[in-house]
Ligand binder design. Structure first.
Ligand SMILES: Cc1ncc(COP(=O)(O)O)c(C=O)c1O
Length: 389
């Protein structure tokens, strides 16, 4: 056996893929486990990439992304948030996931502490652990008003060796969102204490009562200790394209580029041309998806809201329900049994950080007939199996 580094030795596959890989692509399964719907990327995006291929765009690209795409991102961010971000501060890694990895590698190492707002998408904790840092969580709580977390609680969880705080808003899996006042306060604290905020805003367009979620970029100065990670997967139905973007402070651009070369010497070049089309022509499609997800959320509200077997609160953003099942102790056994006995794919709560083993996550981005059928089976299963897991 190879002598792996301790951090790698202890690494575990996340609970979502652990369940899903057993029956991924099985047509009998209603897949509510991953964070994606069943809408194919629209033609105007695919055609822009096909055109790039036809033109022979198959060569190495700039590590930080095609100039056209970084310029289009600048214009998009200006339009959405009334910002003036210089394209030099923007980099396009192969997926938001890679952006989080590079950000964590920038500041975390052995002896450091990385703080994560949880419940959280499991890959984030793995990314932090791989750096060798100690990982801490500060957990949102489910109250009568939904998932809540005070900034003071985040600040109280900071240790003398905390070097990075990860905030995902809107949050996968709870839908919790951090408002502008709280973002300002946390940023002020981090500026004063030299702590990097890694703000994951991949669900910035996946919300139900506004055009876009509050962005840390709106409350930040150019050189604040802030890295904003975003991507094309969710808002434009481009999960398979593996394309993200990152906004770094002006003074970190050179080091970001150097570190990017260790992970990703540029994102797929013809995919980037599809992304330009998404940004320039995609607004009606983004709005259409928002309406579809809102209707999906309403279906979940009808079927789980007020159900005596679960505690569920309607999310304000992202496209997940994260209910807790009364009496549930083993979320992995629960979702494995649901998959085996009802052919519905869910994600187990335990994988989203500590104290989530009574929860499961379902993604409501699927088309509504499948979503309804999946939910009917889940509800029936819960009703027939009280206390079994
Ligand atoms: C919170 C969060 N960050 C990042 C990602 C990854 O996005 P990408 O598909 O761009 O890697 C996801 C995907 O589900 C996510 O939920």
């Amino acid at each position: 056996m190879l002598p792996f580094k301790d951090e790698i030795e202890q690494l575990r596959q996340n609970g979502i893929t652990q369940v899903a890989f057993k029956r991924m692509h099985d047509p009998a399964v209603i897949p509510l486990w991953f964070g994606e719907g069943d809408v194919v990327t629209p033609d105007f995006i695919c055609n822009a990439s096909k055109k790039a291929l036809d033109e022979g765009q198959t060569f190495y690209t700039h590590t930080r992304g095609r100039p056209e795409l970084r310029e289009a991102l600048k214009v998009y961010l200006d339009r959405l948030y009334c910002l003036d971000i210089h394209p030099d501060r923007i980099t396009v890694p192969g997926a938001a996931m890679l952006g989080v990895t590079i950000a964590a590698q920038m500041v975390l190492g052995r002896g450091d502490h990385g703080l994560i707002v949880s419940p959280v998408w499991p890959n984030i904790a793995s990314v932090f652990r791989v750096t060798g840092a100690q990982v801490g969580y500060v957990r949102q709580q489910l109250t009568d008003n939904g998932w809540q977390l005070e900034v003071d609680e985040i600040i109280s969880a900071v240790k003398p060796n905390t070097r990075a705080i990860f905030v995902n808003s809107p949050c996968n899996p709870t839908g919790w969102m951090m408002g502008a006042a709280d973002q300002t306060r946390l940023l002020e604290y981090c500026r004063e204490h030299g702590i990097l905020i890694i703000a994951d805003e991949v669900y910035h367009r996946t919300l139900f009562d506004a055009v876009a979620a509050p962005s840390f970029l709106n409350v930040a100065q150019d050189d604040d200790p802030l890295i904003v990670v975003n991507g094309f997967s969710k808002a434009w139905a481009m999960t398979g394209w593996r394309l993200g973007w990152v906004v770094t402070p002006k003074k970190h651009v050179v080091q970001w580029t150097a570190l990017s070369e260790c992970f990703n010497t540029g994102a797929t070049v013809f995919a980037q041309m599809g992304a330009v089309a998404a940004l320039e022509q995609g607004e009606p499609f983004v709005r259409q998806l928002q309406a579809q997800y809102r209707a999906g959320r309403d279906i979940v509200d009808q079927m789980l809201g007020g159900h005596p077997g679960v505690e569920y609160h309607s999310p304000a953003g992202a496209f997940y329900a994260f209910p807790s099942v009364h009496g549930l102790r083993d979320s992995l056994a629960f979702v494995e049994a649901i998959l085996r006995e009802t052919d519905v794919g869910l994600a187990p709560g335990y994988t989203f950080g500590p104290d989530n083993d009574s929860h499961f996550r379902l993604c409501f981005a699927q088309s509504h007939d499948r979503l309804k059928l999946g939910l009917e089976r889940v509800v029936e299963f819960i009703e027939k199996n009280p206390g079994r897991f």
